[in-house]
Design a protein around this ligand. Sequence first.
Ligand code: FUL
Ligand code: CA
Length: 499
Amino acid sequence: MNSTQRFMRFLWFLVCGCVLTAILMAHETKSIRKITPPVPYGPAPSPRQLRWHEMEFYGFIHFTINTFTDREWGYGDEDPALFNPSEFDAEQIVRTAEDAGMKGLILTAKHHDGFCLWPSKYTEHSVKHSPWKKGSGNMVKEISDACRKYGLRFGVYLSPWDRNHKDYGRAEYVTYFRRQLRELLTGYGPIFEVFFDGANGGDGFYGGARETRRIDRETYYDWPTTWELVRELQPNACLFSDAGPDVRWVGNERGIAGETCWATLNRTDFVPGRADQARLNRGDRPGNYWVPAECDVSIRPGWFYHAQEDEKVRTPQNLLDIFYASVGRGASLLLNLPPDRRGRIHENDVKSLREFRRILYGTFANDLAQGAKVSASNVRGGGSDGRFLPRNVIDDKRETYWATDDGVRTPELVLDLKRNVSFNVVRLREYLPLGQRVDAFGIDIWRDGSWIEIASGTSIGNCRLLRRQPVTTSKVRLRITQAPVCPAISEFALFSEPK
Ligand code: FUL
Ligand code: CA
């Protein structure tokens, strides 16, 4: 063969190779195109809610004049001169939150007493008239700056009820409230959540009137207009209230979501300040809006700091129980850390948080399902499309999932761990963009040649944690036992809690 012939032969192989590849690729694209993802079931989260779901655990900072009067609800007639933290340290507060594993902080910029932690243009009842930093302090700025520095997202609590303002109960006050909201939403960078409290006790100072003022919860605040304002100024902020629209109250202040807790709710049945607590705790299924629950709870008996509660700080074990009953049931945990009169998180709180964090980290840093061989009784499209494979449940990515063919609603998935593994915590996640799809499931372990159920549950959603006595096994099975459509499971993980 001379060199021309050799070159011709090379060319011939090249052409054949290209044609073959093209045919194969066309075939593959065609078969991938035929397998479409499952159609979403019911409502699904918005992008802002998806980002919020990923946070799971963040903090509340209740700090105001109440810290200095030793009260929980100020009347509204307190002298701003009372507000004088001796060693306020925004970084100590934010670092404590960060060390505890929190992903954000929500600050009470104004509580029911009306005192503002920032120098609002629209009132004199603020830090402007406090001895703290000779009236030039701005706590909203300091906390939000520190949050940015430490990589925490920042949120605000602005109490709708204002016991100081003379116009409370009249239309003028709602204008004032919205002006303040605009200040908070334009002056302090990105806001991840705006918290609207439903509490309204009626009586207050109200500019000296000292009387009881009742409002119509349905109409007074005209919530849709206020929510619109937040959308306009901070489109990525989630709106919290008893009725959502993005995040709902869980119905108690103990940090406990329902054992069954749906992310969906028929939220139009409620208004902020008037909602059925049992339904908030559990959600509605079916529900026509995606409004996941947030569990707000304080690390101490009160929301504000009281020296007499220094010995009543929640223990690490209690905080863990709360974590499992909130985050572990698909809700988020909003844990309140009230700064003391110095303007710092008290040593006892810091100590408890450290130990809590140590256990949490020791548990979740190591997923024992990693490296398992994953198989399932059904895989969408027969397994030719990587997007739906069983192994997507152990890749530690929320955006990948295992799905079955439409119509296969009660499949099983097995983790073959290839060795004996001891664990006491199981974590499941659904692929949220396709809605909440599973009604019930069971978890089994392989023992002496057969399956034994070790746990079962109902709602999964963003995260379901099952915490049991430790078991040792080489195979674990997830059984979807009830679902209206095919499931889309993004995670099945196993953990072991340190001693
Ligand atoms: C309640 C308020 O009345 C408490 O003072 C606290 O702010 C808590 C988070 O919400 O409704
Ligand atoms: Ca995944």
